[in-house]
Design a protein around this ligand. Structure first.
Ligand code: ARG
Length: 460
């Protein structure tokens, strides 16, 4: 079998099923561009070091550029007989330019080649993910700006806790995405290290210049240990962990959007363009985008676990097991980009229903803590104040009134410290305005947080 890799060593052709079973070209052809970039840099370095002639190098670069075009225009014929993206491109290069094509693999192995390709691929995809993250963060900032003084109930245990502003709630989402952004940047530091030159595992006997290749490819430096270079996939796991956190965050946003758009909450409207109807119930408008994103968060976490299990217990250095790193990684990239994009497209069209949020905050005794704080300021110990307010809330529950609707004389039954200035503390507006320290929910504080966030985002 003339197609067989290292065919001279084998007396038998590969079993037909094994050929299909071990091939990865169907999915790793996605890294063709990175494979070509890596090969151009490798050839350039080989020629600068006198390992290839200038003519051979030129022929290689020309051939690879032609292959890049063939792939781009859909004219390239991928073959499972050539196993993976690396062998497919190399075989075509030799078809095109002859003997020089066969010299490209000097001082290199597919082991350092594939590790380099994945790093280049991830580096470029992370910048696309960051772009979508920033689009979503910008949309969140815009909506937060319009709702910096929109009062809603804040929840703990999904029970009304204290009044907050909708803008403040959205800025919590913003912070979550900011950390995601930082995590991706941080993980890039470890992605951006170059494996080429490690060859199969031990390095190469040719007088190569790894610093030059690293510089040509925009890596910060060559990797420090050849065995580690070909067997390390930590960077892929780190990336998938960062992606899992993004998806976990999106699943939480989704859960809230779904609740808020229900008739029971009715805090927001999700535009028709992002919802679908029911095949049987004519009245239905289902929040499909948030639901699907919530569902997709599971598969990304699944990929994280797959990659951890893939690497667990592998002896150094490269093992064929590693070919299994690609599908989970690629699906993680696709899923995260698509979900962020759907969210970034949808967010600008979400309408807050301000009056409904306000009414809901009024109904849940959201200012009970404010009444307790009022009593503390008048000299009562906090635990005693907690008790007094508990009695007042019970009266409110029994008689169907909010705290602000109970008469002064009735409140005074619970404590003589209460006087007619109490009502300014029992309003929702007074409650949020009082929380004006950094990180608090007061409208002016939220507006300042939005300003700072916007500056940091454009500087990023
Ligand atoms: N397709 C292989 C992979 O994805 C490339 C590296 C192959 N190396 C080897 N020694 N078989 O990992």
């Amino acid at each position: 079998n003339s197609d067989k890799l290292s065919s001279a060593r084998f007396a038998q052709a590969t079993n037909a099923f094994v050929e299909v079973f071990t091939a990865s070209v169907d999915f790793d052809k996605r890294m063709a561009e990175q494979d070509i970039q890596g090969s151009i840099a490798h050839a350039t370095m080989l020629s600068a070091c006198g390992i290839l002639t200038g003519q051979e190098c030129d022929a290689i670069i020309e051939g690879l550029s032609r292959i890049r075009q063939e792939i781009g225009s859909g004219q390239f014929t991928w073959s499972i007989k050539q196993e993976d993206v690396h062998m497919n491109i190399e075989a075509r290069l030799t078809d095109l330019i002859g003997i020089a094509g066969k010299k490209l693999h000097t001082g290199r192995s597919r082991n350092d080649q594939v590790a380099t390709d994945i790093r280049l691929y991830l580096r470029s995809e992370i910048s696309h993910i960051s772009d979508q993250l920033i689009r979503l963060q910008t949309a969140i900032l815009n909506l937060a700006e319009q709702t910096a003084d929109t009062i809603m109930p804040g929840f703990t245990h999904l029970q009304v806790a204290q009044p907050i502003t909708f803008g403040h709630h959205l800025m919590a989402w913003f912070e979550m995405l900011n950390r995601d952004h930082e995590r991706l940047q941080d993980c890039c530091k470890r992605i951006n290290i170059m494996p080429l030159g490690a060859a199969a595992l031990a390095g190469t006997s040719y007088p190569i210049n790894r610093f030059m290749t690293a510089e040509l490819l925009g890596f910060s430096r060559p990797s420090a240990n050849s065995l580690d270079s070909v067997s390390d996939r930590d960077f892929a796991i780190e990336f998938t962990a960062a992606a899992s956190l993004i998806m976990m965050h999106l699943s939480r946003f989704s859960e809230e959007l779904i609740l808020w758009s229900s008739a029971q909450f009715d805090f927001i409207d999700i535009p028709d363009a992002f919802c679908t109807g029911s095949s049987i119930m004519p009245q239905k408008k289902n929040p499909d985008v948030p639901e699907l994103v919530r569902g997709k968060s599971g598969r990304v976490t699944g990929h994280l676990v797959s990659l951890l299990m893939l690497m667990k217990s592998q002896p150094l250095a490269y093992n064929k097991d590693n070919q299994e790193d690609k599908e989970p990684l690629f699906d993680t990239v696709d899923t995260v980009i698509n979900c962020l994009r759907a969210y970034a497209d949808m967010m600008p069209h979400i309408t807050p229903k301000k009056a409904n949020m306000y009414t809901s905050a009024k109904r849940g005794f959201a200012t009970a803590t404010d009444l307790a704080d009022y009593l503390v300021r008048k000299g009562m110990a906090f635990r005693d104040a907690h008790e007094v307010v508990g009695l007042a809330v019970r009266l409110g529950v029994d008689t169907g009134r909010d705290l602000s609707e109970i008469a002064l004389t009735e409140l005074q039954q619970f404590s003589s410290l209460i006087s007619d200035d109490v009502f300014e503390y029992l309003t929702l507006e007074g409650s949020v305005a009082a929380r004006s320290h950094i990180g608090g929910t007061a409208p002016d504080t939220v507006r300042a947080a939005i300003d700072t966030a916007r500056k940091n985002l454009t500087d990023a």
